[in-house]
Design a protein around this ligand. Sequence first.
Ligand SMILES: Nc1nc2c(c(=O)[nH]1)N[C@H]1C(S)=C(S)[C@@H](COP(=O)(O)OP(=O)(O)OC[C@H]3O[C@@H](n4cnc5c(N)ncnc54)[C@H](O)[C@@H]3O)O[C@H]1N2
Ligand code: MOO
Length: 412
Amino acid sequence: MLTLHDALDRLLAAATPVSGVRAIPTIACAGRVLAQAQQSTIAVPPLDNSAMDGYAFRHADAVAAVGADGRVTLPISQRITAGSVGVPLRPGSAARIFTGAPIPPGADTVLMQERTEAGADGQQVTLLEIPNVGSAVRRCGEDIGEGDTILPAGRKLTPQDVALAASVGLATLPVHRRVRVAVFFTGDELRMPGEPLPPGAIYNSNRFALVSLLERLGCEVKDLGQVPDKLEATRTALREAVQQADLIVTSGGVSVGEEDHVKPAVEAEGRLDLWQVAIKPGKPLALGAVRGGDGPSGEVPFIGLPGNPVSSFVTFLTLVRPFVLKLQGVADAAPRSYPMRAGFAWTRPDPRRHEFLRVRLGANGELECFPNQGSGVLTSVAWADGLVENPPGTVIAPGDIVRFLPLAELLG
Ligand SMILES: Nc1nc2c(c(=O)[nH]1)N[C@H]1C(S)=C(S)[C@@H](COP(=O)(O)OP(=O)(O)OC[C@H]3O[C@@H](n4cnc5c(N)ncnc54)[C@H](O)[C@@H]3O)O[C@H]1N2
Ligand code: MOO
């Protein structure tokens, strides 16, 4: 058996990032992978500006204007709205100013209007307090300096990243082309939802899981659907899958059973290695390649996942996802895990395999464990909001610290 770590290393050695970079409108870039680091050619904010609707003045002028009655009244010398620039502040005066409007030269402080009283004629303002110098002023470049790198190459862009790029005026971004993944499913027991379910049949839930997982990762999915469990039909499916695909993924038929034709079909159309990975669920895995495709190597990688629904889900997240991220050009593909307190006991761990337990974060901040951890129990993954990665032979007692992998981070 291979450790997860070794399996991942070997798998990633077979993943070559796809070539092809193009500039696309920034608004369409969320979920895409940035091909080159981006620098800002401007400072953000571009000028000192007001954080409040209020009055801008020079702090020293306000201090000097404190009257015998303790009140501070300044004449209003100009009005500056967002989108306009004022003129240098007349010494000893205040500028009426609005949120986002540039601070006029000579002013250094803003007081929000709720802390002021405007004169009846609108010609002067009384400050009800003198704030600290610099109050309510957003400094030029306090967010981004001119020339700063705002986004590194290899980053899968979030909605926040896209907004950041837009904030420095980038109308397009260079991104890697989408990774194309072909999927198909074998197993004469499989039926599609909407079809009747004869005795011995089950619904093809893995098709829905894999297609959705790949789409969430930003792949272009070529879903070839169900293929009859015959050698020729499976070979034909592989020859079709290899056209315009960067990766082929199937589920089922990778363990020791004799009834399945995925293994001999891949061997006939290319090459195949069968692995036993020391994880639970998800021990059997097939890695190979199918001849053909439009890439320089003349073949397309093939990954065969185990058929059990939870096994295929977990092996997708632990092995296929890093593979896809590498094809996409993502720089940092390692999933993040967090130390969390277990609120459950796990008394009979697998002695040799790394377990991935379906857990949920409880209201008390401790993790709860789904009672049935069987590899066919899809309810457990729908219920869970994360996985606990439990090393071989590790007993968990309530209160122990465990490694938690949030599903929300693994699905993008
Ligand atoms: N003698 C042994 N038997 C098994 C071993 C073993 O080491 N020795 N390993 C077990 C483990 S662990 C797993 S995981 C499974 C993997 O089996 P396969 O990948 O060959 O998958 P199948 O036999 O085709 O199916 C297993 C199970 O999953 C259901 N299935 C298959 N495809 C789908 C689908 N698209 N949607 C929903 N469910 C699917 C299938 O009906 C079976 O119930 O092997 C163990 N056996
Ligand atoms: O490793 Mo298998 O995936 O448990 O059922």
